[in-house]
Design a protein around this ligand. Structure first.
Ligand SMILES: Cc1cc2nc3c(=O)[nH]c(=O)nc-3n(C[C@H](O)[C@H](O)[C@H](O)COP(=O)(O)OP(=O)(O)OC[C@H]3O[C@@H](n4cnc5c(N)ncnc54)[C@H](O)[C@@H]3O)c2cc1C
Length: 399
């Protein structure tokens, strides 16, 4: 297809990866974000083999592997019984494949440096509010203060799970807020306290989940970091803050004594940032000259660790569709078809698995502890679980 004028709204992993790939394909790309200065938003995250393959396709995999922490195993125990209730080993996938936990700043910097060098234009302090088509079919982006940008041949919505542009989708979806979210913080890694290649968790039923994820370094020369998380209902956040850190620290160390030195580094409740989760899937991730990628197309709880990976897979599919199709309408339909099955499958699995680890249920965690966990030690099941987590089940042929 001939070079297009493309606006990308949002500089998260989806928007940045799309900007890089599309600028390299010869399109004229302008990026917009609300933040004052380009910066990453949020906690550390797990890149799965499927997402890493897209970063390799973009030529960024090695740079990120130098900063991140390779993860061989996802491991969790019930806090009181000590029973193993989660044990996923990447080694069952073969070929030395593993996950890579990264600090968001590392992922952001690696992507953003290349985007700057690609010639894409970046505009900050632009809060996108709507799309206007008064000037014809070509969309214009409308931002706060009535500022207008465009018209463009194509707008890519990478504004995340609360995108104000979702109504532009051919079939918009309702967003369901999830009761449980989590408090997250990043702390200096304490050598010897935890296994540097394991994402480790402790649970009390499904109402308490504590996690420690080694995430490597933010930039070369930095020291190693850990992401620590504690699941919490959004409605209980104010009460959690008001009670002070003392009782909470006692509760955490009673459930998981090895965290004592790690959480001793938290001396202000505001160090723990609340992430509230929601779930939605656009039935069609495109509209008239608009494509939705990443969390604006599909968001869920991060229990399966797939969000950023799926965003990267969207980028790979959209760029492939634009390269191959003869016109834009055909490209957008092709993009949606390529991603349809994988997105539906992972969104379904995420909404099925999440209540086993984050809910008020008494029955589901029992089922998890006494049936699912032992079954996961059967080699065939263990491999199936590792494949689910790796993110590559149900991928379209060209993704
Ligand atoms: C606590 C937590 C842990 C997670 N862990 C994992 C994990 O381990 N593995 C994984 O793969 N995924 C994980 N995820 C999911 C992952 O973070 C998201 O799926 C991913 O960030 C989506 O990328 P995105 O680019 O679509 O959106 P975002 O990362 O949300 O980026 C959206 C961008 O748009 C900008 N923006 C938003 N609204 C506007 C507006 N109106 N105007 C202008 N700019 C705007 C924002 O500033 C931001 O830069 C986690 C998510 C959370 C919350």
């Amino acid at each position: 297809m001939k070079p297009l004028d493309i606006a990308i709204a949002g500089l998260g992993p989806a928007g940045l990866a799309a900007a890089l790939a599309l600028a390299r394909s010869g399109h004229r790309v302008r990026l917009f974000d609300q933040f004052d200065e380009p910066r990453p938003v949020g906690s550390g995250l797990m890149m799965q083999p499927a997402g890493l393959a897209v970063l390799d396709w973009l030529g960024l995999g090695e740079a990120l592997r130098r900063l991140g922490a390779p993860i061989d195993r996802l491991f969790g125990r019930e806090a009181h019984s000590g029973r193993i209730v989660l044990d996923v080993r990447y080694e069952t996938l073969g070929n030395g494949r593993c996950g890579l936990a990264v600090h968001r700043a590392a992922l952001f910097n690696v992507l953003f440096d290349k985007v700057k060098a690609s010639g894409a234009a970046v505009e900050t302090k632009v809060k996108i509010a709507a799309i206007d088509r008064m000037s014809g079919r070509r969309p214009v982006l409308v931002a706060g203060g009535g500022r207008r940008f465009g018209p463009f041949d194509l707008v890519i919505d990478a504004l995340g799970s609360r995108s104000p542009l979702m109504d532009e989708a051919a079939a918009p979806a309702a967003r369901r807020s999830l009761a449980y979210g989590a408090l997250w913080t990043t702390l200096p890694w304490i050598a010897g306290a935890f296994d540097a290649r394991v994402l480790e968790q402790r649970y009390e039923r499904a109402s308490v989940m504590i996690g420690v994820l080694p995430v490597g370094r933010r930039f070369s020369g930095d020291s190693a970091q850990t992401t620590f998380f504690w699941s919490l209902k959004a409605e209980n956040h104010a009460r959690w803050k008001a009670q002070g850190l003392g009782p909470w620290r006692d509760q955490v160390t009673r459930l998981w004594p090895e965290t004592e030195t790690l959480i001793a580094q938290i001396d202000d409740p505001d160090q723990m940032v609340l992430a509230a989760y929601g779930h939605h899937t656009l039935p069609l991730p495109f509209g008239d000259r608009v494509a939705f990628i990443g969390d604006s197309a599909h968001s869920t709880s991060p229990q399966l660790g797939q969000g950023a990976n799926m965003a990267l897979l969207d980028v790979r599919a959209l760029c492939g569709a634009l390269d191959q199709a003869s016109d834009l309408d055909q490209a957008l339909a092709f993009y949606a078809r390529q991603r349809r099955f994988h997105i539906r499958l992972y969104q379904l699995m995420s909404s099925m698995f999440t209540p086993f680890y984050q809910s008020d249920s008494h029955v589901l965690p029992l089922f998890r502890d006494w049936l699912v966990a032992p079954a996961s030690r059967v080699p065939l099941v263990a491999r199936a679980l590792a494949r689910i987590v790796s993110g590559d089940i149900g991928l379209g042929r060209d993704v």
